[in-house]
Design a protein around this ligand. Sequence first.
Ligand SMILES: NCc1[nH]cc(CCC(=O)O)c1CC(=O)O
Length: 323
Amino acid sequence: MTEKALRLGTRRSKLAMAQSGQVADAVSQVTGRPVELVEITTYGDVSREHLAQIGGTGVFVAALREALLRGEVDFAVHSLKDLPTAQHEGLVVAAVPEREDPRDVVVARDARKLTDLPRGARIGTGSPRRMAQLNAYARTHGMEIETVPIRGNIDTRIGYVRSGELDAVVLAAAGLNRVGRIDEVTDFLSVDTVLPAPGQGALAIECRAGNTAQDAALVAALAELDDPFTRVAVTAERSLLAALEAGCSAPVGALADLLADGQTVKEMRLRGAVGTTDGSTLVQLSTTGPVPETHDAAMAFGREIATEMLAQGAAGLMGERAH
Ligand SMILES: NCc1[nH]cc(CCC(=O)O)c1CC(=O)O
């Protein structure tokens, strides 16, 4: 007799299906059980409104979490950058697998790089974080650009460039990798130019916290897919975000990386950026310290740099607080 399939709740978008499919294979390997994808449609999938107006990408997550709590699915895969920082009652992030490329990238017409876009180039992005940093970069490098708010899935966004409506769009490398479109990238942006969103490029595997023996067994099995280095890095990044009291649609960038000496990891560096969307003000900070050895230490690392950013005026730059 074959064992009962695990049910993986997923959004229907190409990106969600791609990353859920990849995680399904990995989970099937560590549990020895088949994994079945269960498609769940969220309000965010059907809404034509801009992200900021519907309260950020958290709406995508809510429906998946309800399905988990109702027992309709056994686990869900989220892009960590879309996951609200507040821990959800009754649920646990059982694993954060190894992160892939955290960078933002440009897909531009005529194979152009950010720096060789024409004067007045129209660059599409719905992200206040990308707008803030692109506009700040343009101001300090004598470029003239116009950031144009767009939303939609990867196909739609790249479509604006192919149709000639926009000169370029900015997307996450990780998403393009997962849907097999990384070849269309014309420029990989240095994180010194655009610091990615907290958790960008990482996935979170979420399930019920383990009140039943079955749930507890699943939490333990999924934990095998956890990458401790990615976990500590994204914990610090998300702690920074939470300490700024900002949401996933706030103009906040954060990236933690581990500095190695040969094979030995020596230190962790955490960088943060927050600015106004017009790029007129940008607060950027970087701290380096011992690699946090506990969850609490990683949280403290993030809070410290957030406190420093607040001291430099970060709070006034975020405008309306996202939930
Ligand atoms: N906000 C949508 C979203 N959520 C996660 C990714 C990409 C994959 C990732 O960062 O893990 C994207 C698309 C994008 O920003 O280009």
